[in-house]
Design a binder for this molecule. Structure first.
Ligand code: HEM
Length: 425
């Protein structure tokens, strides 16, 4: 009998054999606590085979931190050009391969990344980060003064989109339209939206950026679209497709993950009053708190690669063309790396979590995401004495992302903090 035959999902009495757990099925994450399943895989079968189901291919599941790093580091053996998340890996590829940063490898990836990193440099980011601070504080002040809000829709869904729109120089008048498109294109929380509607919305976003790109050719600004329009690799300007696809990828990369982390941070702090007290009383560094919030939330549960050639991973033979998925949801709880990983500890150090990936494709928006989360924690610390969730939050349904679509919250105002803020403001 293999470990897969004996593996169990969940903990306690409600256990299910590991080989019946299908990690491609979003319902798996909606209906189960997988803590025990991950623990079992890490201990007994760190390179696990998720068998084919419902016409879908099978794939490898990597659950230990060290093995995840090994795959992330080696973009020659493990390519991103055939997709980097289950949905594209199982579909056989990504239409942006070789042009969109996340699904491009080799020298082209390195050049494109250098360019985008320059476009996300201090000159562009300084005003964007200043706006994050002002807007976040204002939203939290309003919510705290009012006493209650749905943190997900009233605050968390507005900050990342506003930030990326500022970054990309989306004119104010277009933002509501673009937000409605991204919600339809990307949202994992509304089952009433059909795949056709989502595909049409994704197409409209591409068309939108095509128009914005053409506008910026004649009216350049200090934004990422203008920079890309004026950029070249090896003397050749970026093609229209390159520009449009990479703008699109900044929206895809930067919206939901940041939003879900912020929602999770409020839920987790409400459930851990001692940690909230540490934050409120200034007994932990904000940077450390942000990293723990990111480790705890692990908003993107996995990323993945395709083996470009036969190889051995942790003693297991992986064949060329096999899909290999890397589970942050497990690696960020690996007791071989994190002391008492099941404890939420805002002062945790060291904390080299996997939430932004690792190696050549390490998230290029990590700085911005950390600014968004830290401004949220600072605003909560300064303006509220405490908060609680007031209803059952609704989970999103996805095999990639984890978190909540709703989060009803009641705040206790910090009157002195609000008064200080009004004076400063
Ligand atoms: C890459 C997570 C925020 C843009 C990645 C990767 C992860 C990740 C795990 C690696 C993917 C891979 O190796 O295949 C996150 C999380 C975020 C976040 C958890 C927030 C909490 C952002 C933001 C932006 C962004 C704000 C845009 C401003 C990107 C892009 C890549 C990327 C373009 C591709 C990088 C490359 O392939 O070289 N992100 N991200 N992300 N992220 Fe983020």
């Amino acid at each position: 009998m293999t470990a897969a035959d004996t593996g169990r999902v969940g903990s306690g009495e409600s256990q299910t054999p590991a080989h019946t757990v299908d990690l491609a099925d979003p319902a798996t994450f909606a209906n189960h606590d997988l803590t025990g399943f991950w623990q079992q895989l890490r201990d007994e079968e760190p390179i696990h085979w998720n068998p084919p189901t419902a016409g879908r291919r099978g794939f490898w599941v990597v659950s230990r931190y060290a093995d995840i790093l090994d795959v992330y580091r080696d973009d020659v053996t493990f390519t991103s050009e055939r997709g980097n998340v289950l949905v594209t890996l199982l579909a056989g590829g990504d239409a942006g391969a070789g042009r969109m940063l996340a699904v491009t490898d080799g020298p082209r990836h390195a050049e494109l990344r250098k360019l985008l990193l320059r476009a996300l440099g201090p000159r562009v980011l300084a005003p964007v980060c200043a706006a994050v601070r002002t807007n976040t504080r204002q939203m939290i002040r309003e919510a705290v003064t009012k006493g209650e809000c749905d943190f997900a829709s009233d605050i968390a869904s507005r900050i990342p989109m506003m930030t990326i729109s500022n970054l990309l120089g989306v004119p104010d008048a277009d933002r509501a339209f673009l937000l409605s498109l991204t919600k339809t294109a990307l949202s994992a929380d509304d089952e009433s939206i059909s795949e056709t509607e989502s595909a049409m919305a994704r197409n409209e976003i591409l068309l939108y950026f095509q128009d914005l790109m053409e506008f910026r050719r004649d009216h350049p600004g200090e934004d990422v679209v203008s920079m890309l329009v004026n950029s070249s690799i090896d003397g050749a300007p970026l093609s229209d497709d390159d520009i449009v696809l990479n703008c699109y990828s900044l929206i895809i990369g930067g919206d939901e993950t940041s939003r879900l982390t912020m929602i999770d941070s409020v839920n987790t702090l409400a459930a851990h009053p001692q940690q909230w007290r540490r934050l409120k009383d200034g007994q932990c560094e904000i940077d450390k708190a942000v990293d723990e919030v990111l480790r705890w939330a692990s908003p993107s549960m996995h990323f993945g690669r395709v083996a470009a050639r036969d190889t051995i991973l942790h003693g297991v033979r992986i064949r060329a063309d096999d899909i290999v998925t890397l589970w942050h949801a497990s690696g960020n709880r690996d007791e071989r790396v994190f002391h008492r990983p099941e404890v939420f500890d805002l002062g945790r150090t060291p904390n080299r979590h996997l939430s932004f990936g690792h190696g050549p494709h390490y998230c290029i928006g990590s700085y911005l995401a950390k600014v968004e989360i830290s401004e949220l924690l600072i605003a909560l610390r300064d303006l509220t004495s405490g908060f609680e969730t007031t209803g059952e939050p609704q989970r999103i349904r996805s095999n990639l992302l984890t978190g909540f679509a709703t989060m009803p919250v009641r705040f206790v105002p910090d009157r002195a903090g609000l008064a200080r803020d009004a004076l400063d403001g």
